[in-house]
Design a binder for this molecule. Sequence first.
Ligand code: SAM
Ligand code: SF4
Length: 445
Amino acid sequence: MEKKIFIKTFGCQMNEYDSNRIYDSVKKIGFKKTDDQTNTDCFVLNTCHIRDKAKEKVYHEIGRIKKIYRKKNKPIMVLAGCVAQAENQEMLKREPYIDIVIGPQSYHKINETLKQFISSVKKEETDFDTISKFEYFDKIENKSNKISAFLTIQEGCDKFCNFCVVPFTRGPEYSRPFNKILYEAESLIKNGAKEIILLGQNVNAYSYFENSKEYRISNLINELEKYSELKRIRYTTSHPRDMTDDLIDCYKNNKKLMPFIHLPIQSGSNKILKLMNRKHTVEEYINIYEKLKKINSEIEFSSDFIISYPGETNNDFNDTLNLVKKIKFINSYSFIFSPRPGTKAAELKLIDNETSKERLNEIQKYLFIHQIKKNRSFEGKFVEVLTENRTKDKLKLFGRNKFNNSVIFLGDENNIGKLVKVKIENTNQNSLFGKIQKNKSMKAA
Ligand code: SAM
Ligand code: SF4
């Protein structure tokens, strides 16, 4: 009998990709996706553990779901994602409403686990079994029919930055076989993808060996470039240490590789980068920036910053501010340091709340100034947009420009899946707004 499944996703794009793949899998045992969270047979919470209060957020979410189902049959409650990996047994004990706990490396067992639960055994699956997971999913077609589709090529991390839970929740670095990735890319393209976003916790650390030959992300980009139906290639999240020359060189010749790079630096102070165990310096980062700008001055950067990492003085913070003023990041994420259980930085002395908030406000002021300025620079100009969908209210179209800005514009829905020229009329911090331009010969920004 067909059962309904509702998947709620928190956190990064990798979780979004995983949620889609979970759905591709459970479809095979009769589950059908629903958008109605008030009426489902199975509720999956795909969680994120990267910053504070992750567990509390999950308990809060379950409290909300319990209220919805107070007078109805309880859905099968599945806790997935990195919180499930990190907290497994404890959460099963503390919250009996949870039926199944399944970590990211065990998604290949989801069908088996659900079937066992339906025949009544509470289950916890949090083994690190990345290879079998991908082997399992390699046999299931990726049915994403999105114009801009995610494709995970690498998972996990061996870098162990002192603040970060990823090496514990996602396990060691693992790169998927080259040909399996291309096979999945082909199926995404067959289902309508015009843009592929290669994903990984350290996507540019991708390294796969076959017959003593190493395949890197640059090889993947070069292969993807050959698919004529594919219009754009992006990748995220990259690490400065893995920004090797072969990848930098891709920006010389690859027409489909977008001129926008999310490259987290975390801090502009070498002292703090060392305390964080980041394994790169500010100078190395600037060197990458300069090399890329020399290849194509149009390339723009975004970054992640951790503010008030233990030991950060006013001078260290000013170094970060100076970096932000030098490299005009067009869109960045900044967070106050959040101690994560099990990491080396978990026990360090925290910087007081007031100072941390002041620093966060200060850095965001500069980041937002650049962001708004960049967006305004498009006003009155034509930008090339890949049309992804209609807006939620169905009145307009939604797409992205080369720099990954969202663009909302008036136009015909026949343009979905196409590259169009949009005349930008106004902008705000997060989006550009305009009208489609019919004269395609116009040069676009
Ligand atoms: N692998 C990427 C890299 O090293 O640049 C980053 C991936 S991490 C999943 C995403 C971002 O979360 C990090 O760049 C960092 O800024 C932020 N983050 C991770 N742990 C954090 C913590 N304990 N407190 C605050 N922010 C954190
Ligand atoms: Fe986390 Fe990225 Fe550092 Fe790995 S490299 S530990 S994912 S911040």
